[in-house]
Design a protein around this ligand. Structure first.
Ligand SMILES: Cc1cc2nc3c(=O)[nH]c(=O)nc-3n(C[C@H](O)[C@H](O)[C@H](O)COP(=O)(O)OP(=O)(O)OC[C@H]3O[C@@H](n4cnc5c(N)ncnc54)[C@H](O)[C@@H]3O)c2cc1C
Length: 795
């Protein structure tokens, strides 16, 4: 035994000596590995490299390195709106929401009303990201996000119209790359809405693979404003372009060629971005697509051999060929804000309306939120919305800190929109036929229709999950992989070897440290992991597991890269699951941070616990999925044994927790308010959301009477032959039998009018002609109760 120990110590000492002596380590270990690595590493195209290296890395890199710190998480400043931004939300955004009736927009006007367009321009909604010096609002990312969130709780046409000019497009590109002349000319016009922008990248033949667009320009001489100038003849065929049909200034991406060498030696300059006035001769715009009944402007644009001067290139001729880099660098900010915010808006709307509907709607003489099956759906609505909003806020805060969070923006784009889909689908299930019959009284059907749009745009979700989150994350967030890749592709092999040696052995140290930590946490179930800052009571376990999952993820990621190497890129299912783990850890961090930043609201704790448990379960499933499909079965077995020796640490949220979350959204109180704080709530009970608010208040106000009526029914004092002893007219029967006073009956009747407004659906003439007239829907509520519903005064 002692002999074996001595041998082991001697071997370890020899290894340590070789590793710590560059004269031995570099020629005998590093060089052969470096040469193999140089040979097998696939060469990256320029577009791949630019996409991978764009933007910055942020909190996700801490997770990737296996050591998240509670202190660092809490130290990230809590995002806050300025007074001016809050005032804008309370006034201008409220006013704009009030101007738009989504049913009217969708079925009657087929566009936003002219006064809304005018208001959007006059109040500079198109200039939220444009600095004040150019006449814009100069808003923080958080404010921009809050505006989109509220608008999307009202109308998808409204939010998409406002969102797009503030996302990746002409303004963003001009701000970063425009010449001073271009900025001075366009930015004030864009801020004032005198120019309406659109950006055309997507072609019928290249959607997700946007770098492959066939649209092209040829550098040549031509006539411009009576002069012979150097320019380009551009041919394009783009589709799906938002605001395309009404834009006055069209951003265009195309590949620029210079066959005659008029600009230099390169014949293929690469993707180039130009700004073309839509009035420019040869530009075709104006036709529309019809994206799932959405009424925001969207359509194709085409042009054939359209001559334009080189000055149309964003940033001028010097930026010819730099378009892909520009797009990739600017993608992160917009992707962090637009779609996550609009899906949070839809989720908050679901919380506000469906939570209340489940308290208003009775079946089996019971408010439906009390049924456990419905509560499960309500808990998903509440828990996911809490997490989605946490991720939206934390990510907008990152943009305000100056980050261009490339990986995080992909995480929130994918996971917030996917959870939004779950929330809205669950909402539709809870409200049953009420959600299915479209009409002016349907408060959720339009959100349901619009869900696939955001899933598809700004990086379609399947692609984002499969290729981007881990694909980019592994290279950008890992402390050593990018350095190893750079070293392998270095022009000078001598310098490359030195850099590789440093990066590779750093990598080995990093991986060993993580593996030891992951194994330690695995065997102790993270009981010894201590958060390095004070954390809220009850949340300690989640912080401990964050350290454990993070170290386990870092180990698994290293093992996957080691075993699969370059082929990991093609093994999309493995890469996607690794991305899922990283994503869930980011979302858990955001949820913990929200709980902390909001002052540890004890009433919200069930939501936070539900969201975190659910996210950990998803992360566990992803771990299991990677290991079950890992090509090297021996390594998979060892990893399973070492990382999760006692099985999965998290169970799905319990039924008790589920009921607590469901209660929190279907009862009045701070939690429900905080969860739906950005929803536009019309005060007018003729509006569907206004009707729900009024009915909800009335239902809560009459709960004591409902309890008394049930007791009266059970007492057997109701005459058996009274036909009013039914779910609709019971109060009348009880009143006749002396169980309710006149005043109490009046209260119940008033409540029933409001309740009936909520549960009734719209009806139209059989030929549906009246669908097109916004004021012509009618509801049987009018006939059943003999009262005219206020939304149908003309019906
Ligand atoms: C309403 C709307 C508005 C839009 N606005 C604009 C705009 O203003 N400007 C603009 O330029 N474009 C715009 N787009 C285009 C949008 O960005 C594209 O639709 C998107 O890039 C996907 O392209 P595609 O629809 O051609 O799908 P495809 O590229 O054909 O993809 C089909 C499916 O395959 C998946 N997929 C593709 N490649 C991979 C892969 N390697 N791995 C895994 N999955 C993969 C995708 O995720 C998707 O699910 C808009 C689209 C819509 C619908």
């Amino acid at each position: 035994m002692i002999f074996l120990l001595i041998v082991l110590v001697l071997i370890l000492a020899a290894v340590a000596y070789v590793l710590s002596t560059p004269g031995l380590r570099i020629p005998y270990l590093s060089r052969p590995m470096y040469e193999t690595f140089r040979r097998i590493l696939p060469r990256m195209s320029d577009t791949e490299r630019e996409a991978l290296e764009a933007g910055t890395i942020w909190w996700e890199s801490t997770l990737f390195r296996g050591k998240p710190s509670a202190r660092a998480l809490h130290a990230i400043p809590a995002p806050r709106l300025s007074e001016a931004e809050q005032t804008f939300l309370d006034h201008q955004v409220e006013t704009l929401c009030a101007m738009v009736n989504d049913w009217r927009v969708t079925r009657h006007d087929l566009d936003l009303p002219p006064e809304a367009w005018e208001y959007i321009k006059a109040e500079r909604f198109f200039g939220m990201i444009i600095p004040r010096e150019y006449g814009g609002l100069g808003f923080s990312a958080l404010a921009h996000s809050a505006v989109v969130t509220k608008l999307s709780s009202r109308s998808s046409a409204l939010s998409a119209t406002v969102m797009v000019p503030n996302s990746l497009g002409p303004a963003e590109l001009l701000l970063h790359y425009g010449t001073q002349e271009q900025k001075d000319h366009y930015l004030p016009r864009l801020a004032r809405g005198e120019d309406i922008p659109a950006f055309g990248l997507t072609s019928p033949w290249a959607g997700s693979d946007a770098a492959a667009i066939p649209d092209h320009g040829i550098v040549c001489r031509g006539q411009w404003q009576g002069q012979d100038v150097l320019g380009m003849r551009v041919t394009w065929d783009k589709r799906y372009i938002t605001l395309g049909p009404v834009c006055t200034i069209l951003g265009l991406a195309f590949r620029l060629y210079d066959p005659d060498g008029l600009l230099g030696d390169a014949a293929d300059l690469g993707i180039t971005c130009a700004l073309v006035p839509s009035s420019h001769p040869g530009v075709e715009i104006g036709r529309r697509h019809f994206p799932l009944d959405a009424m925001f402007m969207n359509g194709p644009t085409r042009g054939h051999a359209v001559f334009m001067p080189l000055e149309f290139i964003i940033g001028g001729p010097a930026m010819a060929g730099q378009g892909w880099r520009m797009l990739m660098e600017c993608l992160a900010a917009g992707r962090s804000i637009s779609l996550p915010s609009s899906y949070v808006g839809m989720a908050q709307l679901t919380v506000r309306t469906v939570g209340a509907y489940a308290a208003i709607r009775d079946q089996f003489r019971t408010p439906i939120h009390r049924f456990e099956g419905v509560a499960e759906a309500l808990a998903r609505i509440g828990g996911h919305t809490y997490l989605m909003d946490a991720a939206r806020t934390m990510t907008a805060g990152a943009v305000d800190l100056g980050e261009k969070p490339a990986v995080v923006s992909a995480i929130v784009k994918y996971h917030v929109t996917e959870r939004g889909r779950i929330v809205v689908n669950d909402g539709m299930d809870v409200i049953g036929g009420k959600g299915i019959c479209l009409g002016p009284q349907n408060f959720l059907g339009r959100a349901y229709q619009q869900i696939p749009v955001g899933i598809t745009v700004e990086g379609a979700n399947i692609l984002t999950r499969s290729l981007i989150i881990f694909g980019q994350g592994a290279i950008r967030c890992h402390p050593h992989v990018l350095d190893e890749m750079h070293a392998a592709q270095a022009g000078d092999p001598h310098q490359g070897l030195q850099d590789f040696d440093r990066a590779f052995w750093g990598h080995v140290r990093h991986a060993t440290g993580n593996a030891l930590r992951a194994i330690g946490h695995g065997f102790t179930n993270a009981m010894l992991a201590r958060p390095d800052a004070g954390v809220a009571p009850g949340m300690t376990r989640h912080y401990r597991q964050l350290s454990r999952f993070s170290a386990a993820f870092a180990t698994l990621a290293d093992a996957a890269m080691l075993v699969l190497g370059g082929s990991l890129k093609r093994r999309e299912s493995i890469s996607a699951r690794l991305g899922d783990i990283l994503s869930q850890l980011y979302l858990i961090s955001a949820t913990l941070k929200r709980y902390e930043d909001e002052g540890r609201q004890a009433a919200d704790a069930p939501l936070a616990h539900w969201a975190i448990q659910d996210a950990y379960c998803r992360a566990q499933d992803a771990f299991a999925g990677v290991l079950a499909n890992f090509p090297n079965r021996f390594v998979a077995g060892v990893l399973r044994l070492l990382l999760f020796p006692w099985g999965r640490p998290y169970a799905a949220p319990s039924d008790r927790l589920t009921m607590a979350v469901a209660d929190a959204i279907s009862q009045p109180g701070g939690t429900r308010e905080r969860l739906s704080r950005d929803v536009y709530v019309p005060r007018d009970p003729a509006e569907p959301v206004g009707a729900i608010e009024a009915a909800f208040a009335a239902v809560l106000d009459t709960r004591d009477l409902d309890a008394r009526m049930r007791a009266f029914e059970k007492s057997g004092r109701l005459p058996a032959d009274d036909p009013r002893t039914n779910v609709r007219d019971m109060a009348e029967a009880i009143h006749a039998a002396g169980g309710l006073t006149d005043e109490e009956l009046t209260r119940i009747r008033a409540r029933n009018i409001l309740r009936d407004r909520v549960i009734m659906v719209d009806e139209f003439d059989r030929d549906f002609q009246s669908v097109l007239r916004a004021d012509s829907a009618s509801s049987p509520a009018d006939d059943a109760t003999g009262r005219k519903a206020p939304w149908n005064a003309s019906g």
